[in-house]
Design a protein around this ligand. Structure first.
Ligand SMILES: [Zn+2]
Ligand SMILES: [Zn+2]
Length: 270
């Protein structure tokens, strides 16, 4: 049984205009039997999107339409595969209350969601770490070092796992090594094994699962999954479920990175 637990849609302003149908039919072609659409949830209204293009998430006004469209394809494809409605919810340090309120309002409409960190608080402002290599370079300059950015990222991921976001908090943690997206341009020599170990222990304690994300493998400056396979194996040996995620932003992205995924670690497979 092959499952893709992390898929974006045409409701994402930095994605493609491919229809839900195109994603689903590509997934059927590749032999998937379960999918979760996890569009970037609308950001808190008081939060200003720090990505230079201000295109990080879906619009709040599209949310109802998104959920309706998912209801419709769920029924339409019920005999071919299981489709879950979800969101990729941002953990933003300091915005826990707004996020909790959002989840309380919409959580009951969601089957399966992801909690991810893309934004870090830096010098009194927020930055978006995965927007582009130029922006990542600017962030490392502002932070003073690459190591500092890594440390801040892993600390924020740990915080996201420990945060109380109410009854509808997503139980899967997104791409825990996203900070490595531009690693072949910005080399980090310090080891973060201890941070990773703490993150895995916290995931285990909380009973969460991990997004085992193939998108990094196709990014030319990353060339590895999030997390890389040795971390995925460490998570697996702790009993943490790993759910493959293509993180596709176009139908052609379904299945990306699967060739580098250790398939024996994916929950439900084999
Ligand atoms: Zn995205
Ligand atoms: Zn993400």
């Amino acid at each position: 049984m092959l499952r893709d637990g992390h898929i974006h849609t045409l409701y994402c302003p930095h994605g493609s205009n491919d229809s839900l149908k195109q994603y689903i039919e590509r997934a059927i072609e590749l032999g998937f039997s379960e999918l979760t659409f996890t569009e970037h949830a609308p950001l808190p209204e008081t939060f200003i999107d720090p990505a230079p293009a201000r295109d990080s998430s879906m619009r709040k006004t599209d949310l109802e339409q998104y959920l309706k469209a998912l209801e419709s394809v769920k029924k339409q494809y019920a005999s071919s595969l299981k489709i879950n409605a979800g969101l990729e919810v941002d953990f933003i340090s300091g915005f826990e209350e707004e996020t909790t309120q959002f989840l309380a309002e919409y959580g009951s409409f969601l089957d399966d969601s992801i909690l991810s960190v893309h934004f870090l608080p830096l010098n009194g402002q927020f930055v978006c770490i995965d927007f582009s290599e130029e922006e990542f370079g600017r962030i490392t300059q502002e932070a003073g070092s690459i190591e500092f950015v890594y440390e801040l990222y892993y600390d924020t991921v740990l915080q996201s796992i420990q945060a109380d976001l109410g009854a509808f908090k997503p139980s899967r943690i997104g791409h825990i090594t996203l900070v490595r997206k531009f690693q072949h341009m910005f080399h980090c020599t310090k080891s973060f094994d201890l941070h990773i170990e703490r993150i895995l222990q916290a995931v285990k304690r909380a009973g969460y699962s991990l997004d085992y994300n193939g998108a990094g493998f196709v990014k030319p400056l990353c060339r590895e999954t999030y997390p890389p396979v040795h971390i995925a194996r460490a998570a697996h040996s702790l009993g943490i479920p790993l759910i493959y995620g293509s993180d596709a932003h176009a139908a052609a992205g379904i299945g990306q990175g699967l060739e580098q995924i250790d398939r024996t670690l994916i929950e439900g497979s084999v």
